[in-house]
Design a protein around this ligand. Structure first.
Ligand code: AP5
Ligand code: MG
Length: 219
């Protein structure tokens, strides 16, 4: 299955993509994670996107479409994949449709994660992740079981994202409302948009997602 998680910054896309990827054996493709890795590695791509990401603006369609096109050629994607953070503009959605058509594939479902802006700001500013395995935590909503020790890998180093500041959140939410929200009617019109209440707790959101996905007919 090809699954898209669509939702504003901080909605829980990364958190749920990781769970669904493990539970349903789907490969997780996160454009945000890939761009951050490029910045960390100091590649020319990383240099190109750093300023926009730090400012909370979207990077160019050309760049992210190129990244996804390359990833889709990988054998990891053969058994199905989850798109976390892509597409984010109509141009990206249309490019994805063309790429999938060429492979005679289609999108199985687009899950819309509904969370209000006030909650998003809280989730983003409290977020941190394990420097070793990248699993996400939250100061208040999902602290590690043992303080300062990663539940997954036992790592003791944690990092916060450069773009997780109060000022940048405003720009990221603006970009979402202006550039990404138009994808909701786009996918609704295709009958593949499945809304879930993203305001619920993490386990409850996973449960809702599995319920709506179990009801999707696959061919
Ligand atoms: P990206 O990395 O995709 O960031 P984002 O969309 O802003 O989303 P986040 O990763 O911040 O949030 P999330 O929904 O994954 O939430 P999470 O699970 O972490 O993109 C970053 C930047 O890259 C963009 O600004 C842009 O510059 C660029 N970019 C990326 N893709 C692009 C594209 N396609 N086109 C152009 N530019 C692109 O959860 C957040 C926090 O809340 C965590 O701490 C978590 O523990 C907690 N939490 C999660 N769920 C719940 C819950 N149900 N209840 C309570 N807490 C919860
Ligand atoms: Mg994310």
């Amino acid at each position: 299955m090809i699954l898209i998680l669509l939702g504003p910054p901080g909605a829980g896309k990364g958190t749920q993509a990781r769970r669904l990827s493990e539970g349903r054996n789907l490969f997780q493709l996160s454009t945000g994670d890939m761009l951050r890795q490029a910045i960390k590695a100091g590649t020319p791509l990383g240099e190109k996107v750093r300023r926009q990401m730090d400012a909370g603006q979207l990077v160019s369609d050309e760049i992210v479409i190129g990244i996804i096109a390359d990833c889709m050629e990988s054998k990891d994607c053969l058994g199905g994949f989850i798109l976390d953070g892509f597409p984010r503009t109509l141009a990206q959605a249309e490019a994805l449709d063309r790429m999938l058509e060429e492979k005679s594939c289609r999108i199985g479902a687009v899950i819309e994660m509904q969370v209000n802006d006030e909650e998003l700001a809280k989730r983003i500013t409290g977020r941190f992740s394990c420097a070793e395995c990248n699993i996400g935590y939250h100061d208040q909503f999902r602290p590690p079981k043992q303080e300062s020790v990663c539940d997954e890998c036992g790592g003791t180093e944690f990092v916060r994202r450069e773009d997780d500041t109060e000022e940048t959140v405003v720009a990221r939410l603006k970009a979402y409302h202006e550039q990404t929200e138009p994808l909701l009617p786009y996918y609704r019109a295709q009958g593949i948009l499945l809304p879930v209440d993203g305001m619920a707790g993490i386990d409850d959101v996973t449960r809702q997602m599995n319920e709506v996905l179990d009801a999707v007919k696959t061919d």
